[in-house]
Design a protein around this ligand. Structure first.
Ligand SMILES: Cc1cc2nc3c(=O)[nH]c(=O)nc-3n(C[C@H](O)[C@H](O)[C@H](O)COP(=O)(O)O)c2cc1C
Length: 328
């Protein structure tokens, strides 16, 4: 599939995730075959007001390119202005518009998934953003607002008509939030059959098998793992191996521990030791999930203040699991 002139061989895309798809996680995923990543969602209003902290969420470099920057908001002029500002400053591969966020703070402002109930406004936003920038504009939507209003097909068609270059479909309604096992592959398939621009399937991709099912059942052009990357940037390699007929060897215990250290090291390099450690804690817990003693180590990691302390805790959990290392 193509986003503008950028060719993505398999359309393997890291989903936007607030607090997760930061610079470090995007970089790790690109290292394992992720072909494009999307930043955490940035408030268009905050960009409009020149909020520097929001802008730091857009950071990327050659280690995590191509990268799309996602924005959210409900005012076409502010969305257009912030898109232009971000496009000029960072040169992302695309500006992605969030029309799927179910969080009340967002939907109560008429933003995120709430836009699926206001197709006219959503169309105006896409048109305004498209005219403000000369880079591709993509849109991430849900199946619909609730079971009674699954309008993804008509909505996606309107977004395409308004200028969107690709549409990512999270196959749950807003009402379904993130409930596991509720992704509707049929609606993704129907969107794919209706549109001419690339369609990216999203929801419940935790293994290569899930990704293959998404491609095969829906005919989608790309897949977008989200929570499947928690502590597992290797998921892209696993999917890539399955697509190219190569055998996939999961990471060993020591590779997992090393990756946790590398992740922390990169977070600290990016954000400083104080913030880096605090923001890394959740992800570190995912890297050690399932290991013997993980719960106790998590508590210790949450108290640790330095890189060295965390590394010692990680070494200890590795030592405590050596006997099961082969079975991981
Ligand atoms: C912690 C978290 C943060 C998320 N943040 C965003 C976001 O900023 N923008 C967005 O479009 N979707 C966001 N999502 C939704 C994901 O991109 C994805 O659509 C959803 O998790 C479904 O995929 P999954 O079932 O594979 O997790 C977020 C999801 C999670 C769990």
């Amino acid at each position: 599939m193509k986003i503008g002139n950028t060719n993505l061989k398999h359309g393997l895309i890291l989903a936007p995730m607030a607090g997760v798809s930061d610079y470090t996680m995007r970089t790790l995923c690109h290292g394992f075959g992720c072909e494009m990543s999307v930043t955490e969602m940035l408030s268009a209003k905050a960009i409009h007001f020149g909020d520097e902290k929001t802008e730091t969420l857009a950071k990327f470099d050659e280690s995590c390119t191509p990268c799309a920057i996602q924005i959210f908001g409900h005012e076409p002029d502010i969305m257009a202005e912030s898109a232009k500002k971000l496009a000029d400053k960072f040169s992302p591969v695309a500006i992605d518009i969030n029309m799927g966020c179910p969080v009340k703070k967002i939907t109560s402002n008429g933003e995120g998934s709430s836009l699926m109930r206001s197709p006219g406004l959503a169309s105006e936003i896409v048109k305004a953003v498209c005219s403000a920038t000369d880079i591709p504009v993509t849109v991430k939507i849900r199946a619909g607002w609730d079971e009674q209003s699954k309008n993804a097909v008509d909505f996606a068609l309107l977004m395409e008509k308004s200028g969107a270059s690709a549409i990512a479909v999270h196959g749950r309604t807003k009402s379904q939030m993130y409930t596991p096992g509720t992704v509707d592959l049929d609606i993704i398939k129907n969107v794919k059959n209706a549109l001419s621009v690339p369609v990216i399937g999203n929801g419940d991709i935790y293994t290569a098998e899930d990704a293959l099912r998404m491609y095969e059942y829906t005919g989608c052009d790309g897949v977008m793992p989200a929570r499947g990357v928690y502590g597992n940037p290797w998921i892209f390699k696993e999917i890539l191996c399955a697509l190219e007929g190569n055998e996939y060897t999961p990471p060993t215990l020591f590779e997992r521990i090393d990756m946790a250290k590398k992740y922390l090291y990169m977070m600290i390099a990016d954000k400083g030791e104080y913030t880096g450690i605090r923001e890394a804690r959740t992800q570190l817990a995912w890297f050690i999930k399932g290991l013997r003693g993980a719960a106790a180590s998590r508590v210790e990691i949450n108290r640790a203040e330095t890189f060295t302390e965390v590394c010692e805790i990680l070494n200890k959990i590795a030592d405590n699991n050596v006997d099961i290392a082969e079975g991981l």
